[in-house]
Design a protein around this ligand. Structure first.
Ligand code: HEC
Length: 213
């Protein structure tokens, strides 16, 4: 099974259907049974508001537009119409929000999600960096820590062209979730808060500017 399919199945398993007020329980049950897997957004105003397009179709169309894996999805109102809002993470770790029209299945809009509107403090980030990151990335962020060069792949050099070109969202994601198959672990799982990750990213950006800061 492809990863995206597994994700979709896992999501289906997790989805909670919230009963909309105003319809009887039996009626609701019947509708749900007929409709198959559906998510009704918690704050949907009227009952029985469900897109015609199934969750499987929505996922399929969203991934055709932006290849990757589905991270989250929900039903939303977009310009007065019902739409599936599908969050996709690309293999490079970029997050996109893809809107799929609930009636036609067409992808109407795609936007890249940037990291939360948190401001990063590089001074606080430096403290986090020196505690958790220098063993691999080195104090200058060039990947020259005691462990950094012996790793396969080696620890990233923030001053490299490829690192500098990456978006904040992408690097945030690398720190937050890690890079599977590499020594870069998930610092969310290791206990850093979003704010700490944001701060350390701000410091990573200072280091990435190297001498010419
Ligand atoms: C055990 C070694 C290790 C530690 C500790 C470590 N990293 Fe990494 N890091 C890596 C490796 C290896 C890569 C390269 C992964 C790859 O090639 O995809 C990496 C990649 C990254 C990237 C992506 C850079 C890019 O250009 O894509 C960022 C950002 C990053 N690390 C930040 C951090 C921060 C911040 C910390 C501390 C909170 C940290 N790392 C701790 C090994 C480490």
């Amino acid at each position: 099974m492809k990863q995206a399919d597994r994700m979709a199945l896992a999501l289906l398993g997790m989805l909670v259907v919230i009963y909309a007020p105003g319809t009887t329980h039996a009626e609701e049950q019947k509708q749900l049974a007929q409709a198959g897997h559906k998510v009704v957004k918690e704050n949907a105003t009227k009952g029985a508001e469900e897109p015609k397009v199934t969750i499987e179709q929505a996922i399929h169309n969203a991934l055709e537009s932006v290849p990757g894996r589905v991270h989250e999805l929900e039903v939303v109102h977009k310009s007065g119409k019902l739409a599936w809002q599908v969050e996709v993470i690309t293999p490079e770790g970029r997050h996109f929000i893809v809107y799929v029209d609930g009636a036609t299945g067409a992808v109407t809009h795609t936007e890249e999600k940037t990291i939360e509107k948190l401001a990063g403090d590089p001074t606080k980030g430096k403290v986090v960096f020196e505690k958790h990151c220098t063993s691999c990335h080195g104090p200058d962020g060039k990947g020259t820590g005691p462990l950094g060069q012996s790793l396969t792949p080696p620890a990233a050099d923030y001053t490299s062209e490829s690192s500098r070109q990456k978006s904040d969202a992408e690097l945030f994601h690398a720190i937050q979730e890690g890079r599977p198959g590499t020594a870069m672990r998930s610092f969310r799982k290791l206990g850093l808060s979003k704010q700490e990750i944001r701060d350390v990213l701000a410091y990573v950006r200072v280091l990435s500017r190297g001498q010419d800061k």
